[in-house]
Write a protein that binds this ligand. Sequence first.
Ligand SMILES: [Zn+2]
Length: 126
Amino acid sequence: MKDDFDKWTAKDARDKKIIVAILVTMTIASTIQSGMLFYEHQQLKAQVTSLEEDISNNAEDTYTLLASDGARLYTIMDTLIRIFHYAKPHKQPAWNCPECSEIHEKAKKNGSVSTANLKKHVKVKK
Ligand SMILES: [Zn+2]
């Protein structure tokens, strides 16, 4: 009976040592993993800070480039539309055509017949 008890306690003590060893190993591994994650986090934080500095330093240049690019594209588009006005004439004023708009405005100033004062002329005829 006492031998059985000794066997049990010896076996329990061995199991406890194994469990403690596993727990210690898991704790050490978890601590190492946390340290690696913290290190990685610090590196990413430094990269983000560096990128933010780059962006804030170059924001003015980027805005100027975008504005000049937009102005250039607007000029190209306007020129193309004006070229199409004469290269492929439309039979009636086209929507958003700057040439048609200028002709329309000139006619409006001179008081000649245009779509702007057409209603006025129609009323005159009555
Ligand atoms: Zn036109």
